[in-house]
Design a protein around this ligand. Structure first.
Ligand code: ADP
Length: 467
């Protein structure tokens, strides 16, 4: 079943992802830091409570010692300021007689203060269960117990107004930081996503251009992302290869048309002249027409071979055989031609085993051999040597022929390339033999090179790997 998912642009998708990650981080950080801070703050408040109590005890002791006894007015001052901090103080002397009691001094204010604390704490912790706690401390002077102080407060701990303010402002900071982080995630995410999606958009539009046949439009922009860089590289080289193949196809069509035009025009004009009665259809003229037809069929045959060998996927049927023996058997087929031109031949004797496609290597030897004889001078020599050097099989075919000029040397492997078309026409060459030869050798992962001196001769060197 095909599920039609809602398609989003890469940019939207990346921005949403960044935002989601940022939101998650902000939420987690806020929860954990809030919990941690609150716990720390609670334990701080608790330990501070004891400190505050001891400070009051110290103040009362000090008052006692300074004034040699309890002074109600001084105790009242201490008690009122303690009340402001949420503490209800009661002082008794050694006999247990109450000297000063905040509840008695101002009962209403005490209740009010407790009520306030309760409301504050409930506002922050709805489930807070506080209760009134009283702690008793002795008042010691000269190692004597001179009285007692009871300090009552809302326990186990409580937050004052300023404590609550502090916690609230912390929360506001957290919310502010969270919002800032989310906004930054949107902005940054958008920027990064744009950086990623722009080159991909470029690749898409170039690929679409390629599919429309626009092969010149390349992606020039380089990306800092390795994968995108190799993607643009692949698209560019794909366009290059397609362009090369397109050119090759066009050139092949043009070449074939060009090659066929000459014999066809000759044939047409000869036949027309005979039909119109300008020429008599004698055997000599008919033979000339026949020759042209043979030339055309040879060309078609060559083109067939070219299509077979020049295709990227030449299938090699490799076997092990002696290359020298193969050369010797091929040479026998050229005996007549060699005798006609009085050409001598020398072939190296040592057998050289190679692992290759025998039929295709035969084609190579035939092409090079026939060229050597074709372009050799009367009474010349063709030398074939085969040997192994640096783990490679080397085959050299050297003739004492007409040679090839430097300017033509590298082009002779091109399809339909002939150094001298008029002479080649006479020899029947269509300029395809060496193209096929090179294709076969390259399919064997070998190389072919040529050296030549005009008037001296030509030497082709074929190098093949052993396996
Ligand atoms: P062709 O069928 O015309 O011989 P090839 O592809 O075999 O085509 O050769 C291309 C051209 O290279 C030939 O037309 C010829 O001019 C030149 N050539 C090839 N081999 C030799 C050689 N041994 N000596 C001189 N010229 C050569």
């Amino acid at each position: 079943m095909v599920v039609n998912k809602l398609k989003q642009s890469l940019r939207t998708k990346l921005t949403i992802s960044y935002l989601a990650v940022a939101a998650l981080c902000v939420i987690l950080i806020s929860i954990f830091s809030n919990l941690y801070l609150e716990r720390q703050f609670r334990s701080y408040v608790k330990s501070n409570q004891e400190k505050k109590n001891l400070e009051i005890v110290a103040l009362i002791t000090h008052q006692y010692e300074m004034q040699q006894g309890f002074n109600e007015t001084s105790l009242q001052n201490i008690g009122i300021s303690a009340l402001d901090n949420g503490l209800i103080v009661q002082v008794e002397d050694a006999q247990g007689k109450p000297i000063w009691d905040a509840l008695e001094f101002n009962h209403g204010r005490c209740l009010n203060m407790m009520e306030n604390i309760h409301t504050n704490m409930m506002s922050r912790y709805p489930n807070w269960k506080g209760e009134y706690v009283t702690k008793e401390y002795p008042i010691m002077s000269n190692f004597q117990r001179v009285g007692k102080v009871f300090i009552g407060y809302y326990g186990p701990f409580y937050f004052t107004e300023s404590d609550l303010e502090f916690i609230n402002s912390l929360n506001i900071v957290f919310i502010g930081v969270g919002i800032l982080a989310l906004v930054s995630a949107i902005v940054l995410g958008n920027l990064i996503a744009r950086g990623i999606s722009r080159p991909i958009k470029n690749v898409i539009s170039t690929a679409q251009g390629i599919s429309r046949g626009d092969l010149d439009n390349k992606i020039v922009e380089q990306s800092t992302i390795r994968e995108i860089d190799s993607l643009t590289g692949s698209i560019n080289s794909m366009a290059d290869i397609l362009k090369q193949q397109e050119q090759l196809r066009k050139r092949l069509t043009a070449d074939v048309a060009h090659e066929l035009r000459t014999p066809l025009t000759t044939l047409q004009s000869h036949l027309e002249a005979m039909i119109d009665g300008i020429w008599e259809a004698d055997s000599a003229r008919l033979r000339s027409c026949h020759d042209e037809i043979i030339r055309i069929s040879r060309l078609v045959g060559d083109l067939e071979k070219l299509a077979r060998y020049e295709g990227e996927n030449i299938i090699l049927n490799k076997t092990e055989f002696d290359l020298v023996e193969l050369i010797k058997s091929i040479a026998m087929n050229f005996e007549k031609k060699m005798l006609d031109k009085n050409i001598s031949i020398s072939i190296s004797n040592e057998p050289v085993e190679i692992f290759a496609d025998k039929d295709k290597i035969s084609q190579v030897v035939i092409n090079l051999f026939s060229n050597a004889i074709k372009y050799a001078k009367e009474g010349g020599n063709v030398a074939l040597s085969v040997f192994v050097e640096e783990g490679k099989t080397i085959m050299k075919i050297k003739d004492t022929g007409i040679g090839i000029e430097k300017e033509h040397l590298q082009r002779i492997f091109e399809r339909f390339y002939r150094v001298d078309s008029s002479r080649s026409r006479l020899t029947g060459g269509s300029g395809i033999g060496l193209t096929i030869t090179k294709a076969i050798i390259e399919a064997h992962r070998g190389t072919i090179e040529v050296q030549s001196e005009v008037g001296e001769g030509t030497e082709f060197t074929v190098t093949l790997p052993l396996k």
